[in-house]
Design a protein around this ligand. Structure first.
Ligand code: UDP
Length: 479
C-alpha cells in the first residue's frame, strides 16, 4: 500500500498498563504515524493517560487518546492502582490483568463510535488484554497482538510447551531444546507455572486464555528485527501461528523536528550534567538499572552496592526498587565516582551518552534492545518474568553481553559482592568486555539498517500494513 494512501488508514492501539508494555506501543504509534502517515487512536485508562499524552505531545492532532475507567472494587486490588509499577507486590498481577476484562463493554462502545465516524482498519492490542480479541471479532476488525517479547523467547517457550520431558529435571540441570541443540537452559530459567510439571491455578489459566486469543488473532507485532534472530523467527513462522512480524526495533524511529527543538530548550537533568562531567574527566561510566518494576531484596541491594563500590568504576545507578533507602551510605562513600538516581529518567538518553560504556541490566526486552541500539554492552542480571531467557539470548546467543550468575552457579542464586565486583570490572576493563563491546556495535549497526528505508523491518511493515489493512472495510458496525 503506497504511503500516500495511508492517511485514510486508522489503527487502534491498546497497550497493557505497565511501562514496559506501554513504551514500545507508543513507539509503534510513532512508527505508524511518522513513517507511514497512519491515523492512530490509543486506548488507555485515566491514570495512565498523562504519561501517554506527554510522550506523544509532539504528534497531536494525528494521535487521539480515549480514556476508559479502570474497574473499581476489585477485592484483591488496592484502589487507585492502574499500572503494574504501582503494585506493592507483583503477586497482584493476575487479579489486575483479569480485572481489565471488565473494560470490555466500554471499549466496545467506543469502538462502535469510531466505526460510525469513519471506521477502524486494525487493532493492535497487548497480548495480556486477551478479551480484545472477542471485541475485534464482533466488529470484524483484524487484531494484531503485541507481547513485548522477542522470537527467541516465544519460540523456545512454545517448543517446551509441547515437549515436556525437561520438567522432570532438577532446577539447575541443563537441557537442550528440541530443534535448537546449541541452546542450553535450566528449569530455573523459568518461573511457575512454566516450570511446573502439573501446571494449574489462575496464572496458568491466564496464560492459556491469552494463548488461545493470540492464536485466533491476525498476527504478532514483534519488537525485533530479522537479522537478530533469523532461526527463531523462521522456526516460529514455519511451526506456529499466528504469523510473527518483526518490524523493530521500534525505538529507532526518528523523533519529530518539534520534539528535537523541545529537547534543546529543556534544561539538562542533573544526571546528564553528571555524565557530561565524566566525559570531561575521560571516565567510562557503567549505567545500572533494573527496569520499571523489579523487586530486589534489601540484602541483594546491599551486595550490589558493595560490589559497585569495590569495583572502583564510575557508575550511574537508577534505583526503583523498594528498600533502596539504605543506599545513602554508598552515595557518601563513592561521591564523585558514583551517582544514585531515584527519579524516572530518559534511559535511552543515558545509554546514548558518550561516557556510558556498560549497562548492568535486568534484561527486560526493552532495556536489552535499547542497549543493543545504542551499542552499549550488557551485564545481564535478570530478576523475573522472561528476563532469564533474554539474559541467555544476550550473553550466549548474541554475544552482546556478559552474565551475572549466583554465587552457587545458579541463574537464580543470591549474588555476592565479589561476583558483582569481578563482572563489573570484566565488562568495563577486561578482554571479555572488549569482545562483547565490539559485537554490540555490529549488532547495533544491523538494527539501524533493518529500520532504514528498504531494510528488513521497513519492508516487513509495508507488507504487514498491506496484508492487514488493504482488504478491510473500516466502517464496521455492531453485528
Ligand atoms: N525506563 C525509563 N526510565 C526509567 C525506568 C525505565 O525510560 O527510569 C524505560 C526503559 O527505557 C524501558 C522501559 O522503561 O523502555 C522498561 O522496560 P523493560 O522491558 O526494560 O523492563 P520492565 O520495566 O518491563 O521490567
Amino acid at each position: 500500500m503506497g504511503s500516500d494512501l495511508n492517511s485514510s488508514v486508522h489503527i487502534v492501539l491498546f497497550p497493557f498498563m505497565s511501562k514496559g508494555h506501554t513504551i514500545p506501543m507508543l513507539q509503534i504509534a510513532r512508527l505508524l504515524l511518522l513513517r507511514r502517515g497512519i491515523t492512530i487512536t490509543i486506548f488507555t485508562t485515566h491514570a495512565n493517560s498523562p504519561f501517554i499524552r506527554q510522550s506523544l505531545s509532539d504528534t497531536q492532532p494525528n494521535v487521539s487518546v480515549i480514556e476508559l475507567d479502570f474497574p473499581t472494587n476489585i477485592p484483591e486490588l488496592p484502589p487507585g492502582i492502574e499500572s503494574t509499577d504501582q503494585f506493592p507486590s507483583m503477586s497482584l498481577f493476575i487479579p489486575f490483568a483479569n480485572a481489565t476484562k471488565l473494560m470490555q463493554p466500554d471499549f466496545e462502545k467506543a469502538l462502535n463510535n469510531l466505526s460510525i465516524s469513519g471506521g477502524v482498519n486494525c487493532i493492535i492490542s497487548d497480548g495480556f488484554l486477551f478479551w480484545t480479541q472477542k471485541s475485534a471479532e464482533k466488529f470484524s476488525i483484524p487484531r494484531l497482538v503485541f507481547y513485548g517479547m522477542n522470537n527467541y523467547v516465544m519460540t523456545l517457550c512454545r517448543i517446551l510447551g509441547r515437549n515436556r520431558s525437561h520438567l522432570k529435571l532438577g532446577l539447575d540441570e541443563p537441557f537442550t531444546v528440541p530443534g535448537f541443540p546449541s541452546v542450553k537452559l535450566t528449569l530455573n530459567d523459568f518461573e511457575s507455572p512454566m516450570n511446573d510439571s502439573n501446571p494449574q491455578g489462575p496464572h496458568f489459566e491466564f496464560i492459556v486464555e491469552t494463548g488461545i486469543a493470540t492464536s485466533k488473532s491476525q498476527g504478532l507485532v514483534v519488537n525485533s528485527f530479522y537479522e537478530l534472530e533469523p532461526a527463531f523467527l523462521d522456526y516460529w513462522n514455519r511451526e506456529f501461528v499466528p504469523k510473527a512480524w518483526c518490524v523493530g526495533p521500534f525505538g529507532l524511529v526518528e523523533k519529530t523536528k518539534y520534539d528535537q527543538a523541545a529537547e534543546k530548550s529543556n534544561p539538562k537533568p542533573d544526571w546528564i550534567k553528571w555524565l557530561d562531567q565524566k566525559s570531561v574527566e575521560g571516565r567510562s561510566v557503567l549505567y545500572v538499572a533494573f527496569g520499571s518494576q523489579a523487586e530486589i531484596t534489601k540484602e541483594q541491594l546491599r551486595e550490589m552496592a558493595a560490589g559497585l563500590e569495590r569495583s572502583e568504576v564510575s557508575f550511574l545507578w537508577v534505583v526503583r526498587s523498594k528498600g533502596s533507602e539504605g543506599l545513602e551510605e554508598l552515595e557518601e562513600k563513592v561521591k564523585g565516582r558514583g551517582l544514585v538516581v531515584r527519579e524516572w529518567v530518559d534511559q535511552v538518553e543515558i545509554l546514548g551518552h558518550e561516557s556510558v560504556k556498560g549497562f548492568m541490566s535486568h534484561c527486560g526486552w526493552n532495556s536489552a534492545l535499547e542497549g543493543i541500539c545504542t551499542a552499549v554492552p550488557i551485564l545481564a542480571w535478570p530478576m523475573m518474568a522472561e528476563q532469564h531467557l533474554n539474559a541467555r539470548m544476550v550473553a550466549e546467543e548474541l554475544g552482546v553481553g556478559l552474565r551475572i550468575l549466583g554465587s552457587n552457579g545458579s541463574v537464580r542464586g543470591f549474588v555476592g559482592a565479589e561476583i558483582v565486583e569481578k563482572m563489573v570490572r570484566e565488562l568495563m576493563e577486561g578482554e571479555e568486555g572488549e569482545k562483547v563491546s565490539k559485537k554490540v556495535k555490529e549488532v547495533g549497526e544491523a538494527a539501524r539498517k533493518a529500520m532504514e528505508e528498504g531494510g528488513s523491518s521497513w519492508r516487513t511493515l509495508d507488507q504487514l500494513i498491506d496484508e492487514t489493512c488493504r482488504n478491510t472495510d473500516p466502517t464496521h458496525l455492531l453485528p
